[in-house]
Design a protein around this ligand. Structure first.
Ligand code: V47
Ligand code: SF4
Length: 376
């Protein structure tokens, strides 16, 4: 039925997770991937700003956040000016996206963020602003006593171009309550994305897997995303996020194997038949697994990152200082026989590197020999 392009039911999805042979799942997922995207493998040039790692929540899987009472213990809180300095560091770099997400703190309220977003847009209007998740939105709108609808309209007007996929974790209320109690529910996460899509805007979706959930919870999560996508068509890409166990309250749980990661990419690709793209986030799984994942349904490996995210290095990822040049990304993709394409956030082609030699690549706006800028 997958070969015929038919949609999988809940039970069929669970069956694939429980019984699917990895090579078989890979072949099916690759078929879906190649029908949608051929050999094209996307990446972008981006950097992250994580305004603070202090947080009012205490998600048990999170290695990155510190409670307000732990202020000073490996914590940071950037001022608006400090964050604008980070943006300005990239002024002479051909980055196309800034990705902004961090902890939830009372002083980072609606007006703070609206001000920050307007300043970024005034400084560099063409830079795509991918910012905040329903976790932050739910908190700051409640504090400002406004509805999701009013809030998301203000966020759009301040210059945000799209939403990243974070904060989704696992939608199942029982599991969510155990690992991410207190923050927005799965229903609220989906509702905020639905409102955003209704404003004509795009967003991403994630799923945190490999902790205390089972396959049924994963399929339930995927199905809720697939249903919303059917309604709005506003999701661009799905990003499975592997739970990493260093330095958090769930450190006693073993991490799942690479085999499980590949199976999860494949089932996600097969099940989410109305999503155009599946992303392997290389700072989390490492570059080798990201390369292998390109044969298991994945067609996107995110961006250059430039060592600007701490979420995974603090959680035990093998990528301690995640930064890759455009050349590295092109090589990674080409080495496994796929066609590298630099995209912008909305999947418009910035540079198609397929069939271009490295000598010719040097001509591409001098991209490949650019020095790496660091926030540190
Ligand atoms: O929501 C936190 C996850 C997410 C851990 O939209 C962890 O392009 C594993 O959403 N082990 C934030 N995961 C990051 C995110 C993201 C990343 C890359 C690209 C995009 C995109 C979005 O990170 C959180 C949470 O699910 N996370 N701690 C951990 N120990
Ligand atoms: Fe806070 Fe996000 Fe970490 Fe949860 S995952 S503790 S909301 S920073």
């Amino acid at each position: 039925m997958i070969v015929k392009g038919q949609r999988l039911s809940t039970e069929e999805g669970v069956f694939l997770y429980e019984n699917g042979d990895l090579a078989f799942l890979g072949a099916l997922a690759n078929l879906v991937r190649e029908r949608k995207n051929g050999d094209k493998t996307y990446f972008n040039r981006n950097f992250h700003i994580e305004p603070t790692n202090l947080c009012v929540y205490t998600c048990s899987f999170c290695s990155y956040s510190r409670l307000i009472k732990q202020r000073g213990d490996n914590s940071w809180e950037y001022t608006l000016d400090e964050m604008m300095d980070i943006v300005k560091k990239y002024d002479d770099q051909p980055v196309t996206e800034v990705h902004i997400v961090g902890g939830v703190l009372p002083q980072y309220d609606l007006n703070f963020y609206l001000d920050f977003f307007r300043k970024i847009k005034a400084h560099r209007p063409e830079l795509h602003l991918k910012a905040l998740t329903p976790v932050e939105f739910h908190y700051i709108f409640k504090k400002a006593k406004i509805s999701y609808e009013e809030g998301m309209k203000m966020i759009k007007e301040s210059g945000v171009d799209s939403l990243p996929g974070g904060g989704a974790e696992i939608f199942d209320p029982e599991i969510r309550d155990q690992i991410a109690g207190g923050k927005c529910s799965g229903e609220e996460w989906l509702r905020i994305h639905e409102i955003w899509h209704g404003l004509g805007m795009r967003s991403n979706a994630t799923m945190l897997y490999g902790h205390i959930e089972n396959y049924r919870h994963r399929i339930d999560h995927l199905e809720q995303l697939r249903d919303l996508q059917e309604k709005t068509g506003g999701f661009q890409t799905f990003i499975p996020l592997k739970f990493r166990n260093e330095g958090n309250q769930l450190s006693h749980l073993p991490e799942v194997s690479v085999i499980e990661d590949l199976k999860n990419y494949a089932v996600s690709r097969i099940f989410l038949d109305n999503f155009d793209h599946i992303k392997a986030y290389w700072p989390m799984i490492g570059r080798n697994t990201a390369q292998i994942a390109l044969g298991f349904g994945v067609d996107d490996i995110d961006g250059t990152i430039d060592d600007t995210t701490k979420i995974y290095s603090m959680a035990g990822s093998e990528e301690k200082n995640p930064a890759l040049s455009t050349r590295d990304l092109v090589m990674m993709i080409r080495n496994v026989g796929r066609q590298p394409v630099e995209r912008d956030t909305l999947y418009n082609v910035v540079n198609d590197f397929s069939g271009v030699t490295f000598e010719e690549e040097k001509e591409f706006r001098g991209y490949l020999d650019l020095p790496v800028v660091s926030n540190n």
